[in-house]
Design a protein around this ligand. Structure first.
Ligand code: EPZ
Length: 423
């Protein structure tokens, strides 16, 4: 395993280019590999472990995938392989995305039941509910989900869960519905930017999806989908992470390749805490006054404040003046990074879904451990802001969702190296 060694006390300065969106390219690659009848080409594809893992799952199903200069060339499946095995699915929950498309295309699927992870149990009952409503017979046994259907039949589906809309279930059911007979209406659909990008990709393949960007999706089933070419949208969470990295280090960073509408909820909170944002057509310059002020944040499904930016804001508000409150409403257990930040001198108290953050004047470097990709990211940027040395272990979590994070941070002046754990 590898770790990062960070020597803190740096104000980040310079220009960072945001990569393609992890949470958009994963379902889009599935759609291209399973639903399409011929080759698709995806551009602006981030070089991430999750993309490599998903490519292995799709190649196991018979697709062939070539990466060249930031693009993926995807030849769709051409045989009746319908099993996504445990050893790959357990590495990445998004493998569950193959379930709906396989049933729609081949009439059957066998997908390992995805495990939980550090941010909660991560159930898939809404994925199963949606596919059953479309007429699939679904059974969960011996750690696998078995699904089959002669034909999927369009219908009205209420996909809202107890924690609100589900990004994954919306993607799974929407992809399946594109090849169903008749019209499907999904109520309570997720509207995240990556769901919109997936829907736009499916329509470019010949699907018939209306209501993109709203909580009600109308999908008129078609007989087949053809391959197409697509530029993946930029990653709003990576952009938000680098905005926080500039703010937490009192830096001056230009975040290139993001549009205001992709990060509205995050930028509203950054400005409320005192961060200065200067937008132009290609991105935003992020500068900060000497001290930030405390604010309250509640995570919510889009267009609310994204849960994937919660950890980053916990780090930022650790250095704000006053007491901030962060409430995590989306995932049931996404505060593990609080204890790690406290090891660095932060003063964070947890009360159920709420974290109470009393701002401190400075953080100090310490050995800490990443528990998920966003927790890992905040520990790295907190280490850059802290005085002294921070080592962040289990950085494989970070590599899942951030393309060459240490190269981008080094280019902004950070003192960070990647070493093997044995060091
Ligand atoms: C996606 O996960 C993202 N992953 C997550 O990003 C993100 O945190 C999450 O959406 C919320 O925005 C990808 O897109 C690959 P959900 P997903 O289904 O689809 C509950 C990151 O940092 N739920 O929207 O798994 C669930 O427990 C990752 O990039 C059910 O109850 O999330 C959660 O409380 C981490 N039943 C809530 O809904 C279900 O069948 C939202 O989950 C499915 C979900």
């Amino acid at each position: 395993m590898q770790k990062f060694i960070v020597n803190g006390g740096t104000k980040l300065k310079g220009n960072v280019k945001i990569s393609g969106s992890k949470n958009a390219v994963l379902p889009i690659a599935v759609a291209a590999a399973i639903l399409g009848d011929n080759i698709s080409v995806l551009h602006n594809v981030p070089n991430l472990t999750d993309v490599k893992t998903l490519s292995a799952v799709l190649e196991g199903l018979g697709a062939s995938i070539t990466r060249k200069n930031g693009s993926l060339y995807i030849e769709p499946i051409n045989r009746m392989e319908f099993e996504a095995p445990y050893d790959l699915v357990r590495q990445m929950r998004a493998s569950i995305y193959v379930l709906g498309p396989l049933v729609a295309k081949l009439g059957r699927a066998k997908v390992s039941f995805p495990g939980g992870c550090a941010i909660g149990p991560r159930p898939v009952d809404l994925h199963i509910r949606g596919l059953e409503k479309l007429g699939a017979q679904v059974e969960v046994k011996r750690g696998y989900i078995y699904a089959q259907a002669e034909r999927l039949i369009g219908t009205e589906i209420d996909l809202l869960g107890q924690h609100g809309p589900s990004v994954g279930a919306t993607a799974n059911v929407m992809m399946a519905a594109t090849l169903a007979d008749g019209e499907t209406v999904i109520n309570g659909a997720a509207c995240e930017p990556h769901i919109c990008d997936l829907a736009n990709f499916l329509n470019a393949m010949g699907a018939n999806i209306d209501g993109i960007g709203t909580a009600t999706l109308k999908i008129e089933g078609v007989r087949q989908l053809r391959g197409t070419e697509h530029n993946v949208i930029s990653d709003d969470i990576e952009a938000g992470t680098f905005m926080v990295a500039s703010a937490i280090t009192n830096g001056d960073v230009y975040v290139e390749g993001i549009k205001p509408h992709q990060v509205t909820a995050v930028t509203k909170k950054l400005v409320a805490s005192g961060v200065q944002l200067d937008w132009d057509d290609n991105g935003v310059r992020v500068t900060t006054p000497d001290k930030l002020n405390a604010i309250d944040v509640e995570t919510a499904p889009f267009p609310g404040f994204p849960t994937d930016m919660q950890a980053q804001f916990m780090g930022l508000l650790s250095l704000a003046t006053g007491t901030s409150n962060i409430t995590e409403n989306v995932h049931t257990d996404r505060f593990i990074h609080a204890a790690e930040l406290n090891r660095m001198g932060a003063d964070i108290r947890l009360e159920g879904r709420k974290a109470i953050i009393s701002g401190v004047s400075s953080l100090s470097g310490a050995p800490v451990m990443a528990s998920d990709l966003r927790a890992g990211a905040v520990l790295v940027i907190a280490g850059i802001a802290a005085a002294g040395e921070t080592t962040v272990s289990r950085i494989y979590h970070i590599d899942r969702g951030y393309e060459a994070i240490e190269k981008k941070l080094k280019a902004l002046g950070a003192d960070i190296v990647r070493v093997n754990e044995s060091v």
